[in-house]
Design a binder for this molecule. Sequence first.
Ligand SMILES: [Mg+2]
Length: 401
Amino acid sequence: MNQNRFVTDKVNILSHKPPFAVAHFDADAFFTSVEQAADRRLRNRPVAVGGGRRGIIACASYEARAKGIYTPMPTSQARQRCPELIILPGRFELYEEFSQNVFGLCRDITPTVEQTSIDEGYLDLTSTQGTNPSHIIKRLRKLDEDILGWLKITVSQGLGANKLISQIASKLHKPHGFMAVPAGRERAFLATLPLQNLPGIGPRTLQRLTDCGFARIGDLLTCPQEELQPILGKRTEPIRQMARGEDDRRILPEAPPAQSMSQQKTFAADQEEEAVVCREAKILLADLLTRLREQNKQARTLSLRLRYCDWETSERHESLDEPSDLESDFLPLLPSLLRRCWQRRVRIRLLAVKLDNFYPSFEQTKLWPDQTSRRRKLARAMDQINHQYGPHTLHHGFRFP
Ligand SMILES: [Mg+2]
């Protein structure tokens, strides 16, 4: 990665008067950047994280992208396309450590930081000391220098009056980009951008809009509303609001849905049977995994918490080497985790299961149906049946050893 490229050449301030309320940052090619930061020999070389059980590329360095490697691409195809590609299995603990350091540096700027994924988040700039725009830009530049100097990775930053604008701005000049859109300039800023820059527009909607002759975000506002109604339906007004650059979502520091997911059960009668408690843990875990798949996320860490009938609690956790959203990966952890957690010979009144260390789902492509993708397909089919006929109509077989 070109480390001499500082943010100054990317600053694009359309007006300097009004203050900026939100900054969005997004680390560039995060997994491979961390690998390159941790091992000097990998720098400036085509690197990808992937392979292993998964059979797909989960992240490609910019050097690899220049040679046609993208995410998600079957590893075998990537090897063919770029024989010198260095494919690494992924060290997720290391990525989480880097992530914590990045967010730690962000909290030096403002106490109100919302983490939306391992390498993306929002900073509330209204809670910093002083809202002078040049002062804010200086502080964000310092943040960029600190991340690059200390962690040897780059992030792209966007500034705006709200979450929507700052997020779109941060993605425009990757890698190591910086763009500021002052309040009042949102509509002009969005007008000429291609439709796919608007986060609410998925591939299917995009196709339908393109088929009807829409190309730029501004087109959504210049046409009469009746033209959009048949394509967007109920979403017409919310999407037009976005096209105007309006967004009143607040920044939620430590937003629980982004950080972890948990479910608990209080037993009707205090339990002493290991098999019963383990079966209950399995049911709670299955519910969490269904929710995880619905949100297109994967998790790496499973925690169990018990409350004994004398109200003492005990908690243990265990992490997979790679994030997953499948029962076949998490269920085998349960028995040993339960035994480590349930140390006293005392009955249990409450059991809680938690998943955390979230990642976006590295969905398999259909081109490469390996065992993991077949299992995911099965899990999704079971989710659908359980959704239609009631929870736990079908569940994964699991024998408690
Ligand atoms: Mg990123």
